[in-house]
Write a protein that binds this ligand. Structure first.
Ligand SMILES: [Zn+2]
Length: 511
């Protein structure tokens, strides 16, 4: 064994066994082009979030508390804190990245958002009439300085906390719907960078000549970059050099996210850009996902697709215990020459399997017998709701084989059984998992992920401008707030779409 002759790759037909979820076509439920949502403006989108219990229970009490404090100090204010927060939410719904743009939209020729959100009456003229003479802007729409003061009263950390709680509650409400539970039978895991104009501290495992250690001058932190002293203006962000590739370099954070095949965020976390993506993903799955999403996603086998950056034995083991089988490969499906070469090499290097002298496996963990027969998939949930993945083969000449994923490990040159005390990290969870590199089902999941990811990421970038360009985030809390606001809108819109889809009569009447 070992070296193989040039043999044609067998043609494999795409079949779906009873347990495996099928990729499903369809738009994201919160897409603007959904017929149920077509008539709604961005101001309506903001109101959908305001009219939730999550807003009433989480946002409103804090706003009232702040307003009570303002009143106590004898301040006559034109806008309540709740209204100011609603304006900021409206800006997020429009995909504006500055309040200047939000204000321009709100004070623009189109009166619809003003009317919908309740900013179509003069305010200053009523609360502080003496100020009206000096007013150089549209009365009834909050000014930039009003918004700045609002954010100061609130504090970045408190706003982040509140918005993340609102988003969490809306997500849980959405996860209770059978629609999302079904769509979440296929999950995607990925990371996308949220970049900032500000400067994070540069850290490197190896000592680099390009930048020095941090010095503190007058309480401010500085770092020498290529000989020039630079102030660290984004202390809790991370930095990744350009050598890491165009997708992942710069200053800021990484949004690591599990989303449904329909483009709905299921669990997410923002971490410094330089933090390990796979370690973060593992923490996310064992933390937020297990706590907030998994309780709604039991009793059905799920598949999680991710690219090779998330290849980590502990991560594979963790998803199995959540009833999910992972579709993650060692080599990339990318078109680059190096990826193709690597994939080709893995395909043609065959290794022996202990105890099965007539069977062998390649580096993609594809198993075949001496005469070239492959194996069948057996993926199912056990009595505890854990996902079990097996590859089973039968050949009249070579006998049968049964490989249970997780029971084996790869030594230098062969696959061998683990002792029961073998560490999770040392086990080869990919061996026995039938969703291998060239497997038709696995490829169908990969294609579906590509389509839906383009949908979700394209929208986060184009419609919401959350991840498109560098942002003016000074700290994590600001990035968390904007992300949570965006996802709160997404969840509220999806919930509204599902509600309306169930009322065909009302919809027809409205049309
Ligand atoms: Zn055979």
């Amino acid at each position: 064994m070992g070296k193989s002759k040039e043999e044609p790759i067998p043609i494999r037909r795409l079949r779906w066994s009873g347990n495996l979820p099928k990729p499903r076509p369809g738009d994201v439920p919160w897409a603007k082009k959904r017929p149920e949502l077509a008539g709604l403006s961005e101001a309506d989108h903001a109101l959908l979030v305001r009219d939730t219990d999550a807003w009433r229970e989480v946002m409103l009490p804090v706003c009232e508390e702040i307003d009570a404090e303002r009143s106590k100090r004898g301040i006559k204010f034109a806008y309540t804190s709740e209204e100011l927060e609603l304006v900021l939410l409206f800006g997020r719904a429009c995909g504006h990245t500055t309040y200047k743009k939000t204000r321009a939209t709100l004070a623009g020729d189109d009166a619809e958002p003003r009317k919908t959100l309740g900013f179509d009456k003069p305010r200053i003229a009523q609360s502080q009439p003496y100020k009206v003479k000096t007013l150089r802007r549209l009365d009834g729409v909050p000014s930039q300085s009003t918004i700045t003061r609002h954010k100061q009263r609130f504090s970045d950390e408190r706003r982040a906390e509140i918005w993340m709680e609102i988003e969490r509650r809306l997500r849980a409400e959405h996860l209770k719907t059978p629609e999302l539970q079904e769509e979440a039978r296929l999950l995607n895991l990925d990371g996308s960078s949220v970049l900032t104009h500000y400067h994070a501290e540069r850290k490197s495992k190896e000592k680099s000549k390009d930048f020095g250690s941090v010095e503190v001058i007058d309480g401010e932190r500085y770092q020498k970059i290529f000989g020039h002293r630079q102030k660290i203006t984004c202390p809790d962000g991370g930095f990744v050099p350009t050598s890491a590739g165009p997708d992942k370099c710069g200053h800021g954070w990484n949004l690591v996210m599990v989303s449904s095949s329909s483009g709905v965020p299921i669990a997410w976390r923002l971490v410094p850009l330089n933090a390990s993506e796979k370690d973060t993903a593992l923490e996310l799955l064992q933390g937020e996902f297990a706590r907030e999403a998994a309780p709604y996603l039991r009793n059905q086998l799920r598949v999680l697709t991710a690219d090779g950056a998330f290849q980590k034995p502990e991560l594979r083991a963790a998803v199995r215990s959540l009833g999910i089988v992972e579709n993650i490969h060692f080599t990339s499906h990318a078109d680059r020459e190096i990826s193709k070469k690597r994939a080709e090499h893995s395909r043609h290097t065959w290794l022996p399997i202990d105890g099965y002298p007539t069977w062998q496996a390649n580096h993609h963990r594809e198993i075949r017998c001496c005469c070239g027969k492959g194996v069948a998939k057996r993926i199912y949930l056990d009595g505890q709701g854990h996902a079990i993945a097996r590859s089973e083969g039968k050949c009249p000449k070579c006998g049968s084989i049964s490989i249970r994923s997780g029971d084996w490990r790869l030594t230098d040159d062969h696959f061998t059984r683990c002792s029961p005390s073998e560490l999770v990290a040392k086990r080869d969870w990919a061996f026995g998992n039938p969703l291998t590199f060239d497997d038709p089902n696995s490829q169908a999941y990969g294609n579906a992920r590509f389509g839906h990811n383009e949908g979700l990421h394209g929208t986060l970038s184009n419609r919401f401008a959350l991840i498109r360009n560098k942002r003016w985030f000074r700290k994590l809390a600001q990035a968390q707030t904007e992300t949570a606001m965006t996802f709160a809108l997404v969840q509220a819109l999806a919930l509204e779409q599902r509600r309306r889809a169930k009322e065909p009569v009302a919809l027809a009447a409205a049309a």
